[in-house]
Design a binder for this molecule. Structure first.
Ligand code: MG
Length: 384
């Protein structure tokens, strides 16, 4: 067995940090050959010292800082603002872990699939923007995309080795978000710090806000459509507060397969890295007797209209999902900077989506144009 050579893009984010925790447990299986980070250069510096990657990508400012650091060894530094080509095109990389948030992941993802890499994909925005292009290119270049998102990983595992034409539907589970028990009348007053206090998982800020609006679940519907070649109608969202079932698939004979496990991102991350094999983890076991029950309910679409909006947008295979995503990124950023309140996020996204005239079978240029248009529209609404 030769070492799997791993590149971690977004190495200082929650996915990146957990990936490195997994990788360092298996020094005979994995070698970290590249790291990149955009904001947290201090942590990147520590990671470079620990893993001695061949390549390390940072922002322009970050590079300036790293040039002054001692003990970085022979790692070749490159500027992430100029693109991820040094990593995604490198013949010295086998698997690219994509832990970058937002639209910024689209270019490196396309680069990685066009180089025929295996991609452990944690980012969902890129697939929402241009799923049709990414999946087509992955097929053409024989690239493998293994999802890291826990729900997609569950579906991926349930479908592995199965005949997809016999699939009836997918149950996409959701914990319900941090606002499950908060009355909607209070939503307008929710502060940024309140939203960022997610009860169950520590994640990046953007996805934590998306989890609160349930936009995250909506984006996952679109993500699943592309990953598993499904129609929007074949995906049903189920609120499952225990978050033990990470998703389920139903076959046409009515038989249902579910993937269960403790809620720890290292589990789907490790599977994406070891696929199709399974290695031991050092995580705690599931205690069914403590758990006692698994419950389910319908999502409240009046309380969380972003989910309904995504369900509608998911039917459009053109540029509307891209517009939804871009407007949401801008609106979430504005919320995090206290420029709009929590309810404003949905209002902005809905307005921009309703103004958009979708282009069907868009080219990559159409996608970027739609992304840019949506951001301008959203910014206009944020200012007023
Ligand atoms: Mg998820």
């Amino acid at each position: 067995m030769h070492l799997k050579r791993i590149a971690v893009l977004g190495s200082t984010g929650s996915i990146g940090i957990n990936t490195l925790r997994v990788v360092e447990r298996f020094p005979k299986e994995f070698q970290v050959v590249a790291l990149s980070a955009y904001t947290n250069t201090r942590l990147l510096e520590q990671q470079i010292k620990k893993f001695s990657p061949l390549y390390a990508g940072a922002s322009r400012q970050g590079i300036e800082y790293l040039h002054k650091c001692r003990g970085l060894g022979k790692s070749k530094l490159f500027c992430v603002e100029e693109g991820m080509a040094p990593i995604v095109n490198s013949p010295q990389v086998d698997t690219v872990v994509l832990g970058i948030r937002g639209a910024a992941a689209l270019k490196p993802l396309l680069g990685a699939v066009r180089s025929g890499k295996t991609v452990a994909l944690a980012n969902k925005e890129a697939l929402v923007m241009a799923g049709h292009i990414i999946i087509k290119e992955a097929k053409r270049h024989n690239a493998t995309i293994v999802p890291v998102d826990s729900e997609q990983s569950a579906i991926f595992q349930c479908l592995d080795g199965k005949n997809k034409s016999e699939l009836n539907k997918v149950y996409l589970t959701a914990s319900g978000g941090s606002l499950c028990d908060v009355p909607k009348s209070e939503f307008g007053k929710l502060s940024v710090s309140r939203i960022l206090k997610h009860p169950r998982w520590k994640m990046g800020k953007k996805i934590t806000v998306d989890s609160a609006t349930l936009m995250n679940k909506g984006l996952e519907i679109i993500e699943a459509m592309w990953l598993f070649n499904l129609d929007a109608d074949a995906i049903e969202v189920l609120i499952h507060p225990q978050a033990v079932i990470h998703s389920m698939v139903e076959f046409r004979d009515g038989s249902i397969l579910a993937q269960l496990g403790i809620t720890d991102m290292r589990l789907p991350i490790q599977y994406a890295l070891t696929y199709p094999r399974r290695f031991k983890t050092n995580l705690k076991d599931m205690d069914f007797l403590k758990l006692r029950q698994l419950t389910f309910k319908k999502p409240d679409l009046n309380k969380f209209p972003a989910l309904q909006l995504c369900m509608d947008v998911a039917r459009d295979k053109g540029t509307t999902p891209c517009v939804l995503n871009a407007a949401n990124e801008e609106a979430v950023e504005a919320f995090l900077n206290n420029k709009v309140n929590f309810l404003g996020i949905y209002k902005i996204v809905e307005k921009v989506v309703s103004k958009h005239r979708s282009i069907q079978s868009p080219t990559l240029e159409d996608v970027w144009a739609a992304d840019g248009w949506a951001r301008e529209q959203a910014k206009g609404l944020i200012l007023n």
